[in-house]
Design a protein around this ligand. Structure first.
Ligand SMILES: CC(C)(COP(=O)(O)OP(=O)(O)OC[C@H]1O[C@@H](n2cnc3c(N)ncnc32)[C@H](O)[C@@H]1OP(=O)(O)O)[C@@H](O)C(=O)NCCC(=O)NCCS
Length: 162
């Protein structure tokens, strides 16, 4: 039973472990202060093996992309602990998240990622960053890593959900 991997909605008791997991991958992920994780905890999904938190993912509705009845959802903070990669946990996690957000009937899910092959396996296709220019403007304007979102190596991908 201790070996079983459980994927479930996050609770406040997971906050510090989520924070630590995201902090472990500063090159791949946008870091989040603890308060930000607390206020978004209802959008986090986690994977646990026993008491060990081994993966997390979050989502956010982007009203600026699409129409009110068919807004876009962005996947964020997708991370599997290094020791557990390549075992299908990331795929299970994203499928769980997509199941959660499908209830809102968004037009599409998008992600900005350095791991296009992983998201490609899940049906996401690369899109032009100009298609999500509002997200680029709002999300990338505070980036401290790259000077230009259009030359930044992150790849924009989308999965139609309508
Ligand atoms: C990307 C990440 C979430 C994948 O998690 P994972 O649990 O290792 O992924 P899975 O085992 O479910 O892989 C699913 C499929 O994608 C493929 N895949 C996963 N990562 C891949 C990679 N980096 N390159 C190529 N293929 C990859 C796997 O081979 C697997 O294919 P298969 O089903 O044919 O065997 C994980 O590597 C990670 O946490 N990376 C660091 C953080 C990050 O970059 N997150 C994405 C930010 S949006």
């Amino acid at each position: 039973m201790e070996d079983e991997i459980v994927i479930r909605r996050a609770t406040l008791s997971d906050v510090l472990l989520i924070h630590r997991l995201i902090q472990s991958y500063p090159h791949e992920l946008i870091l989040r202060p603890v308060n930000n994780i607390v206020e978004n905890i209802d959008r986090f999904t986690v994977a646990l093996r026993g008491r060990e938190l081994i993966a997390c993912a979050c989502w956010q509705i982007l009203p600026e992309i699409g129409c009110p009845e068919g807004a876009t959802v962005e996947l964020q903070s997708v991370a599997v602990s290094k020791a557990y990669r390549g075992q299908g946990i990331g795929s299970r996690l994203i499928k769980f998240v997509l199941q959660r957000i499908s209830g809102f009937k968004p037009a599409q899910a998008i992600v900005l990622t350095f791991e296009p092959d992983f998201f490609g396996h899940l049906g996401f296709k690369q899109i032009e960053k100009t298609q999500i220019i509002h997200k680029i403007y709002r999300g990338c304007i505070y980036c401290t890593k790259h000077t230009n979102p259009f030359t930044c190596p992150e790849i924009a991908m989308a999965l139609p959900m309508a």
